[in-house]
Design a protein around this ligand. Structure first.
Ligand SMILES: Cc1cc2nc3c(=O)[nH]c(=O)nc-3n(C[C@H](O)[C@H](O)[C@H](O)COP(=O)(O)OP(=O)(O)OC[C@H]3O[C@@H](n4cnc5c(N)ncnc54)[C@H](O)[C@@H]3O)c2cc1C
Length: 307
């Protein structure tokens, strides 16, 4: 792992910096590049604009590691309300949630109760709920909860990370459930016994897992290809053509503000493209993970210092 990436991931997990740095105006200005605003209405407005380019959306309200029950329930209330707004406005938007934001650190039952409420509301709005994957100590619990939800609900998916050595096995075990899987490379700082350390290994694993997913997509499994890596996207599109898979059988999912040119081009070429829009006031750790993915982005932050 590069030094800059390691340092940024350390900052994202440091409690004091998490509290102090977001107060600086130049940092607040820089974050605007990756999120349209702090409110759900900002995300809804951005979704309507993206729709004109044939790009659908996923909404996520930023937050993680919630440590009181009241806040965890309030997060669920927020998503229930968001489902209603999505339905009323007629936008094609999924929800994406973090289990630690729904109280997983406080107990599985609390978290499952909150998640169940969100999924039921999303079902009424005829949309999907996706479960994010967080740091590796959460993977077992996340997959256990996903299995419980998938037994009861159809439109629920989970994220898997190609940097984890275990993911190939996890995917094989999930496939019989006919799951929805969003495949990402992985955004956290992980030890080498748990995660591949070389980018080439993470990318190679992403492609291997994608081939398995494309085979499964032909049989109705929902595959979200969540990466901005142009060469991987091209390879996956090519593999799907080779299998004679219709473009509608999988989705290309990217983050708001990243490779916007690629998002528009892919949508214009007829691929199903979905943009994940984050909003909310708790953006600092999430934002620093975006900087870690491309440390050159730090220059963008510094430019705002002088703007
Ligand atoms: C829809 C979606 C959902 C996600 N959900 C999760 C999740 O639940 N759990 C999790 O661990 N991770 C999640 N991630 C983040 C993911 O793990 C990666 O950290 C992130 O997508 C960057 O990796 P990459 O696949 O784009 O490849 P990279 O190899 O990191 O990047 C490929 C290229 O994309 C561009 N790029 C990538 N990131 C940036 C950036 N921040 N700024 C500017 N350009 C950039 C650059 O041109 C770069 O060369 C999600 C990502 C997406 C798109």
């Amino acid at each position: 792992m590069g030094l800059a990436r390691s340092a940024l991931l350390w900052i994202s997990e440091n409690r004091t910096l998490r509290e102090k740095l977001p107060r600086y105006r130049f940092i607040r200005r820089a974050v605007n590049r990756f999120m349209p605003g702090e409110e759900l209405d900002d995300a809804l407005a951005a979704a309507s604009a993206l729709k004109q380019d044939r790009i659908n959306t996923i909404f996520t309200r930023l937050g993680e590691n919630v440590l009181d029950e009241h806040t965890a329930r309030e997060v669920a209330d927020h998503y229930v309300d968001a489902s209603r707004k999505i339905s009323n406005l007629g936008v094609d938007a999924y929800l994406s949630v973090k289990l630690t934001q729904l109280g997983l650190d406080l107990g599985e039952d609390l978290c499952v109760g909150n998640l169940e409420r969100i999924i039921q509301a999303a079902e009424e709005a005829k949309t999907w709920v996706w479960i994010d994957m967080e740091q590796s100590p959460y993977v077992d619990r996340t997959l256990r909860i996903y299995r419980r939800m998938r037994e009861r609900h159809k439109k629920v998916g989970v994220c898997l990370q190609s940097y984890l050595r275990r993911t190939e096995r996890d995917l094989a075990e999930l496939l019989p459930l006919s799951p929805g899987i969003r495949l990402v490379k992985g955004a956290y700082k992980e030890p080498p016994d748990v995660a591949f350390t070389r980018k080439a290994e993470v990318d190679a694993n992403y492609l291997t897992l994608s081939k398995t997913m494309l085979d499964a997509a032909a049989n109705g499994v929902f595959f979200g290809v969540a990466t901005h890596d142009q060469s991987l996207i091209d390879r996956i599109n090519e593999e799907s053509r080779r299998r004679g898979l219709d473009k509608s059988r999988y989705e290309l999912q990217l983050l708001y503000g990243i490779r916007t040119d690629v998002q528009r081009r892919l949508a214009a070429e007829g691929y199903s493209v979905r943009c994940l829009i984050s909003y909310g006031s708790y953006w600092f750790p999430w934002y620093v993970r975006r900087l870690a993915e491309r440390p050159a982005n730090v220059w963008f932050v510094l430019k705002n210092l002088f703007a």
